[in-house]
Design a protein around this ligand. Structure first.
Ligand code: NAD
Ligand code: MG
Length: 381
């Protein structure tokens, strides 16, 4: 008789967000394989309560103190590390947005867990520390980001030495065809109208500036150990091909599906296995055609080049890039700065702070704080 495997315990950090709710839909279908043992959110007590009722986790955390929170819930940002390091947690699905996700990732890896990582900002701020934590703690990072999941699916079974380069696809966002004049007066509503993906507000703005693709280039560098000159970006407006891997013999593999995050979430949980699931609508190449490609317009979207340069510079630069972007995006969403000011704020923070050396967590978070102060002072964010 084949023994029945015990379901793996999963902590979903950021369970009330776009990726968090997507992950819970996947986990609901996969109850034989996975059990939700911890949930955390920043706010939105009513949704968190509904999720807790449905999945009965042994730990619930809400970072902000809210009057309608349950007494049994843990509060404060320490709740994230507590959830990520519990004995009944095998996999930490980190779906927190921004730098707030860093400590939970590091703690989980030090504790030997698998981190299914949507929170790409973690790798951008502290890629070297994440890699060290994987070695010392015997944890592992498996990407949830669709481009990196695609690359992982294509390279699994092949050493990195056989990879000539990877090509990340980018939808181009809602402003792909806009003139510079029109971009200068783009509204928040315009920027939130993403052509192919429904996501949280911060990543939707990052997709409109292409800062998201810069974060993803840095993410790919750390995940796959590839130098920056072997990571390229191409615009593919339909978001069906999630990335390409070109091998040393010239062969190119791509991974495709209709745009849905359910597939990369599931793969990050089950990797390297594949399991039956109903989350992805049927693939119909005729309906999905044409699939087109075009080069990135770097003049129109300077945030991409700024981010790649920050990744190549190393030290504090990627953390400065990330923090300046987070701050400027929040200011744009609040109506305090215009769309092109986001890239200007990033450029200004990098000019001033980008060559600071930084290695440790505290140094990197110091650079993060300095970049936020800089953007606030210069741009009134
Ligand atoms: P979201 O804004 O929809 O959700 C964010 C979640 O994090 C919420 O549950 C929120 O309560 C929680 N959170 C926010 N601030 C927090 C804090 N300070 N401390 C603790 N928890 C906090 O964001 P999202 O779109 O789900 O994105 C989450 C992450 O996944 C981001 O890093 C994003 O870049 C990445 N990602 C998202 C998608 C997508 O399709 N949405 C795709 C690829 C990668
Ligand atoms: Mg992505």
């Amino acid at each position: 008789m084949t023994p029945v495997a015990t379901p793996k315990g999963v902590a979903v950090l950021g369970s009330t967000g776009s990726i968090g709710t997507t992950a819970l839909r996947v986990l609901d279908r996969q109850r034989e394989r996975f059990r939700v043992t911890a949930l955390t959110a920043n706010s939105n007590a009513s949704l968190l309560r509904e999720q807790a009722r449905k999945f009965s986790p042994s730990f619930v955390g809400m970072v902000e103190t809210q009057t309608d929170a349950d007494d049994a819930w843990k509060s404060g940002s320490e709740a994230l590390v507590s959830a990520a390091t519990r004995d009944d947690v095998d996999i930490v699905l980190n779906a927190i947005v921004g730098a707030a996700g860093l400590d939970a990732t590091l703690a989980a890896l030090h504790g030997g867990k698998r981190v299914a990582l949507a929170n790409k900002e973690t790798l951008v701020i502290a890629g070297d520390l994440v890699r060290e934590a994987c070695v010392t703690g015997a944890g592992e990072v498996v990407p949830v980001d669709s481009e990196h999941s695609a690359i992982l699916q294509c390279i699994t079974g092949h050493p990195t030495s056989q990879v000539r380069r990877v090509v990340l696809t980018a939808s181009g966002g809602p402003f792909r065809d806009w003139s510079d004049d029109r971009l200068a007066s783009a509204t928040v509503e315009d920027a939130l109208r993403h052509p192919t993906w429904r996501m949280g507000r911060k990543i939707t703005i990052d997709s409109a500036t292409l800062a998201n693709k810069a974060l993803e280039v840095i993410e790919a560098h750390f995940l796959f150990g590839l130098p920056y000159d072997r990571i390229d970006v191409v615009v593919h407006p339909q978001s069906v091909v999630h990335s390409f891997v070109e091998f040393i013999d010239g062969s190119v593999l791509a991974q495709m599906s209709v745009p849905t995050m359910e597939l990369p979430v599931l793969y990050a949980l089950t990797y390297p296995e594949r399991v039956p699931d109903q989350g992805v609508p049927a693939f119909d190449p005729v309906k999905l055609s044409p699939m087109t490609y075009e080069p990135v317009n770097h003049e129109r979207f300077p945030a991409l080049r700024l981010g790649i340069a920050a990744g190549m510079a190393g030290g504090a630069a990627p953390a400065v890039f990330n923090a300046a972007n987070e701050c400027a995006v929040a200011a744009f969403l609040a109506g305090r700065i215009r769309f092109p000011d986001i890239a200007r704020a990033i450029g200004s923070a990098l000019d001033t702070l980008g060559s600071t050396p930084a290695r440790t967590r505290d140094e990197l978070l110091g650079a993060d704080a300095a970049a936020r102060r800089h953007v606030k002072e210069k741009f009134g964010c």
